[in-house]
Design a protein around this ligand. Structure first.
Ligand code: NAD
Length: 257
């Protein structure tokens, strides 16, 4: 098996990475950063997101596994305390694959699309952001406020949850649109509730002025500058989560609060 390690930049994660390398090399696994079959992310959910974006180009051909060096995260399957169990599973078991589809984000002024596992957000902390939302080309609503968040099932427990969006059960492939601190008054109203959509929907956000807004996707944030239109739909890319043991979504959910 060819593997690579992506780790959080701290001493503890370095130590875990050394242990993983020692064991896997002893069992004949080859370290291959360029062309891995399995990427082991050591740190937290943020480290896994970072790893996913590092390998975006060939993502469909790669499996991902997360080892949390703190408390159990949402995208990670083992904690540091379970390192021996994890390593034994790696060398003795065949993983089941859970596929998590990625959002594709096209900005009219950008050459290439961006991709997101958790969510994409348009956020403006400088001034209230006006934008028109179209779904499958049909006008849906005008949003005013700090922005919007469009999340996947995997991202439903992340930023979306802080916006009081619904947690989506694993196995469902949907997109969820939630507003970020929307302005609601007698002259302006928007839906106000999170809207859960079919996976085939295409959502467009249009504005004459995104100059002070940021496009945030997963852990990445980029200024929108003179962009006027952002289009989002599911892509043909996905993250292959390698599950070496029974995965309980409910257990993770209960760990969240
Ligand atoms: P980070 O890596 O420090 O993560 C922030 C928190 O979000 C951590 O507690 C992490 O465990 C949790 N998280 C990330 N993905 C998750 C998921 N799919 N389900 C449940 N929890 C999850 O922060 P970052 O690198 O700036 O951003 C990465 C992600 O963190 C973003 O995709 C966003 O969803 C999330 N985030 C959430 C908030 C919020 O809830 N207010 C704020 C910032 C970022």
């Amino acid at each position: 098996m060819r593997y690579a390690i992506v780790r959080k930049l701290d001493e503890n994660s370095d130590h875990v990475a050394d242990e993983v390398t020692k064991k896997l090399q002893a069992y004949g696994w080859k370290y291959d950063e360029e062309n891995p079959t399995l990427v082991i992310c050591i740190g937290g959910d943020g480290t896994l997101l970072y790893g996913v974006h590092q390998y975006m180009e060939n993502i469909n051909q790669i499996m991902f596994l997360g080892i949390h060096t703190g408390t159990l995260g949402f995208l990670t399957d083992y904690t540091q305390d379970e390192l021996n169990v994890c390593l034994n599973d790696l060398i003795s078991r065949e993983p089941k694959i859970n596929k998590a589809p990625l959002l594709k984000i096209k900005v009219d002024k950008w050459e290439n699309p961006a991709y997101a596992l958790n969510e994409m957000r348009i956020e403006n902390v400088i001034k209230s952001q006006n934008m028109d939302i179209y779904i499958d080309g049909e006008f849906f609503e005008k949003c005013r406020g700090s922005g919007i968040c469009l999340s996947t099932q995997a991202g439903s427990t992340a930023y979306n949850r802080s916006l009081k969006g619904a947690v989506i059960d694993s196995g469902l492939s949907v997109m969820q649109l939630a507003e970020i601190t929307p302005i609601q008054h007698s002259k302006h109203r928007s839906l106000g509730n999170p809207y859960i959509m079919m996976e085939t929907r295409k959502v467009s956000m249009l504005s004459d002025d995104f100059t002070t807004a940021m496009l945030c996707y997963d852990h990445i944030a980029v200024p929108l500058n003179d962009a006027k239109k952002i289009e989002v739909c599911f892509s043909d890319k996905y993250v292959n989560f390698a599950r070496y043991r029974e995965y309980s979504y409910l257990r993770r959910l209960k760990n969240l609060y």
